[in-house]
Design a protein around this ligand. Structure first.
Ligand SMILES: Cc1cc2nc3c(=O)[nH]c(=O)nc-3n(C[C@H](O)[C@H](O)[C@H](O)COP(=O)(O)OP(=O)(O)OC[C@H]3O[C@@H](n4cnc5c(N)ncnc54)[C@H](O)[C@@H]3O)c2cc1C
Length: 512
């Protein structure tokens, strides 16, 4: 009888390695889900805050749900694992599942033309806007094509676009120059939101095209992005995710006695004095957190090249200001509103006084859908230092600024104030420190790869893969996105699965 019997050594599960995952965003949860499915039994996810999801954060607002963090599936098509999961779980609307939607290219930008309102209550023609939009999109595409050609390490996307603006403006009608310049300033402000940066001058030109756009017109989750997080974590045993458990330091390359007879190479120290021994730790904390804490977060310290990568890569702030109106002032067909700030221009440095001028960085509002279920809600986007300053203002101050703004652009001093507002404050979140990463001037895609390298770096180390790194900032082609974060978590889980091939075999045999 060659079949296996209970108690046979081959059926006895080998001791499951102890894995600690730091952070219960989509990266950490995806890593846990994959490891769990492959038979890893000893997993703990330590999360600093009182909730899972991290930068995926759905909240009740107005009459429905809004996203404080991630909003769209960027590139919803079969190559996007977020799209795969969302369709598998039945979380998308029929429109998003249409094949033609999956094949079209939206380039991670809202695909509709905005309606432009000027800061003195005027408007501008759709034709004038279309011309400038067309130029801007072409320049962005050209900026992406630098990847394989030569450009200097100090060149930025902002300086490249500025050069194109200067060249192109020679051919503009004199009376259009001011409007065109103000429109372009607004488009650059919007681009800062897309890249999560204060200025496109901070974004490196050469690696700009390494970020990969997937096919598909961006879509949202009718039941909230967090419904996807909830589905991913559903199979995990209760107790695996430990909330309100902030990690203070990761001691690695050591010998730590566990409660069993085993000696572990890693010990994770928490803010509240708790500690967890582990064979492997997957760190998925945001780059914004690492930028502030990496010097004290690891003992021994990270290798110099990793510290450099953390320092060099960009991590900026993109915030939202949600504004609810009793009645819309916009036309029912409007999906996007651009505010044109008269007098602004890409050739003029924005004024330093943030208290007076922060609001001029706010150039784009998305009309949230569907109004029948949600109410009349605009979602404004603002990036950089102005977005960080906005976080310090009170509710009343922002409400009053929004009331003034909408009265100005509609030219109606009697426009009723918004019913309510809700804003994100990603920069002040101690465990996030901003919104998402970008490849800054002075860094390159190699820094993203470097961040993803596990420790110890010595491939022959007796105890390999002690500290692994996930999170959106570790995905060279998909950083700053939810799919990048998901891919990174699965990638790190796969490293451990490859290290313990026997574990998966035993897990599937035990199920027979
Ligand atoms: C305003 C905004 C809009 C966005 N829009 C989109 C979008 O439309 N589409 C898209 O695809 N992406 C979007 N993104 C980006 C997307 O949300 C992120 O890339 C993704 O959610 C990151 O997942 P993550 O798991 O890497 O990190 P996170 O979600 O940040 O998870 C990391 C977790 O680690 C925890 N943590 C940190 N420090 C510690 C510690 N010391 N101990 C324990 N836990 C710790 C944090 O609390 C957090 O829960 C947006 C982000 C923001 C902020």
């Amino acid at each position: 009888d060659s079949s296996l019997h209970p108690g046979d050594p081959q059926l006895m599960a080998p001791p499951s390695p102890a894995v600690v995952i730091v952070g219960a965003g989509i990266s950490g949860l995806a890593a846990a889900e994959k490891l769990h499915k492959h038979g890893f039994q000893n997993i703990k996810i330590l999360e600093a805050t009182g909730r899972t999801g991290g930068r995926i954060y759905t909240q009740k607002y107005a009459k429905g749900l809004v996203e404080i963090g991630a909003q769209w599936i960027h590139g919803p098509s079969p190559d996007n694992p977020i799209f795969q999961l969302a369709s598998q779980f039945g979380l998308l609307s029929p429109d998003a599942l249409l094949e033609e939607n999956q094949k079209a290219y939206g380039n991670n930008h809202p695909s509709d033309m905005p309606v432009v309102y000027t800061s003195s209550g005027g408007n501008i023609s759709a034709a004038a806007l279309a011309d400038i939009m067309g130029l801007f999109i072409t320049w962005l595409e050209q900026a992406r094509n630098f990847t394989n050609s030569r450009c200097g390490p100090e060149d930025s996307v902002g300086s490249f676009i500025l050069q194109q603006i200067v060249n192109s403006s020679q051919e503009w009608d004199k009376e259009l120059v001011d409007t065109n310049m103000a429109l372009l300033r607004g488009l650059l402000n919007m681009e800062c939101c897309v890249s999560g940066t204060h200025s496109m001058d901070y974004v490196a030109l050469c690696p700009f095209g390494e970020y990969t756009m997937l096919a598909g017109i961006d879509c949202t989750f009718p039941t909230g992005f967090e419904s996807l997080v909830n589905r991913i974590k559903a199979p995990l045993p209760s107790g695996m995710v430990v909330l309100n458990k902030a990690v203070k330091r990761i001691d690695w390359n050591g010998s730590f006695q566990g409660n069993d007879s085993h000696v572990y190479p890693v010990e994770v120290q928490c803010e509240d004095g708790d500690s967890f021994v582990a064979d492997h730790v997957i760190v998925t904390v945001p780059l914004g957190f690492l930028k502030k804490q990496s010097a004290d977060f690891f003992s021994p310290e990270l290798p110099t090249s990793k510290m450099q990568a953390i320092k060099n890569l960009g991590f900026g702030t993109n915030n939202k200001i949600l504004v609810e109106f009793e009645k819309p002032f916009w036309d029912p067909n409007t999906t996007l509103i651009q505010v044109l700030w008269e007098g602004d221009s890409p050739l003029i440095e924005p004024k330093e006084d943030l208290k007076q001028n922060w609001i001029r960085k706010l150039s784009i509002f998305v009309v949230l859908e569907p109004p029948a279920q949600l109410g009349h809600v605009l979602c404004g986007f603002i990036a950089g230092k102005e977005a960080e300053f906005m976080e310090t203002l009170t509710y009343e101050e922002i409400l009053s600024s929004m009331t003034d703004l909408f009265r100005r652009i509609t030219g109606n001093p009697e426009l009723p104030p918004p019913v309510s507002i809700l804003r994100s404050q990603w920069y002040s979140q101690p465990y996030t420190g901003g919104s998402y990463s970008y490849v800054a001037v002075g860094s390159s895609g190699d820094d993203l790869d470097n961040l993803a390298e596990p420790l110890p770096t010595d491939k022959e180390a007796l105890k390999p893969l002690q500290v692994l790194f996930g999170g959106e900032a570790t995905e060279r082609n998909f950083y700053s996105t939810t799919h990048g974060a998901l891919i990174s978590g699965r990638r790190e889980a796969q490293r451990l699965i490859d290290r313990y091939p026997q574990l998966g075999v035993t897990a599937s045999k035990a199920k027979l």
